[in-house]
Design a protein around this ligand. Sequence first.
Ligand SMILES: [Zn+2]
Ligand SMILES: [Zn+2]
Length: 69
Amino acid sequence: MSSGSGPKPPRHPPATDVMTCRACGRDERASEGYPCTRCGTFICVICNFRGIVLCKKCQTETGAPPTGL
Ligand SMILES: [Zn+2]
Ligand SMILES: [Zn+2]
């Protein structure tokens, strides 16, 4: 049996661009995220959309209210 090259997935994001969001903990694309306004760590675009501009650590340290869903 000869195994040829299987079908490639249409779009697969490169793993080199992935960073862990420090607000929600998800792995998201770094190029689409934003830095924490306090410490500059990575916050994903999804959190930013929800109005989160601080990482978990900074939210705790600044006493910011928990974000409602
Ligand atoms: Zn996030
Ligand atoms: Zn921070």
